[in-house]
Design a protein around this ligand. Structure first.
Ligand code: TMP
Length: 237
């Protein structure tokens, strides 16, 4: 297959998407840019694209081995992945194992509580609205996803959580929470999409509690790239 980029069709905050010779596949390019608070805070850090590409590729491979299909079709080079072309379902789904972040802000619940079972949340993927929190009925009534799709998304999300939580526990990392996106291919087949990286997950070191993810950027904690390097080091060992 010809792995050259044809046309830039989308540029997001952290990735660019290009068409290929094959209409069923796209090339994703991971950028060095950081954004937070819906793009209000910005920075560029050299090496970030490479690390997120490597980490995300490794995690998609791990999920595939464990029976979770995604758009990932292979890592091409340092910053590029080949992916199946899908239409993104406009939902950002979040799975939480420990309370923190927007959950604590929204509900006033204590930080750092271990939940008795994973919590599943949904946001409407719309930058102009700041990806608002929604309930399932909004998605159904406004046609963002069907009941069958939401049930499948929920089932896959919990499976991803089970696989990644155990995997990271073995690497001395607590999987606190994460965000997933899903897409549908030209046959309407639903699958996991986007990326899985320290941009989209919260990782806490099991012994020190150190934050090894994008919260270092969001909260100006410093050593941002060192944290991403540390995640890559743990999973590549
Ligand atoms: P939150 O606590 O800020 O809602 O974040 C929950 C999880 O989702 C956390 O792992 C970070 C991730 N996330 C994204 O991937 N993209 C986003 O735009 C936001 C707000 C969070």
């Amino acid at each position: 297959m010809d792995l050259t980029k044809k046309e830039l069709i989308y540029e997001g905050k952290a990735k660019k998407l290009y068409t290929t010779e094959d209409p069923k596949y796209l090339i994703v390019e991971y950028k060095d840019s950081f954004t937070a608070f819906n793009g209000q805070k910005k920075a560029t850090m050299s090496g970030k694209g490479v690390l997120n590409n490597k980490i995300s590729s490794r995690l998609f491979e791990l999920l595939a081995k464990n029976g979770v299909e995604s758009h990932f079709a292979g890592q091409i080079d340092d910053v590029h992945q080949l992916v199946r072309r899908v239409k993104i379902v406009p939902l950002e789904v979040i799975v939480r194992n420990i309370t923190t972040g927007s959950l604590c802000k929204r509900l006033g619940v204590e930080e750092g509580m271990k939940l008795p079972r994973p919590l599943f949340e949904m946001c409407y993927k719309d930058d102009a609205l700041g990806d608002p929190f929604i309930i399932e009925d909004h998605a159904l009534l406004f046609g963002w996803a069907t009941k069958e799709e939401i049930d499948k998304i929920k089932e896959i999300s919990f499976k991803v959580n089970d696989i990644l939580k155990d995997y990271f526990a073995g690497k001395g990392v607590v999987l606190v929470d994460f965000k997933l996106e899903f897409g549908k291919d030209s046959d309407g087949k639903l699958m996991l999409a986007d990326e899985i990286s320290p941009d989209t997950c919260r990782f806490w070191d099991s012994s020190t509690g150190d934050h090894l993810d994008k919260d270092r950027f969001r909260k100006d904690l410093g050593n941002v790239m060192a944290a991403y390097e540390e995640i890559w080091k743990r999973i590549s060992e």
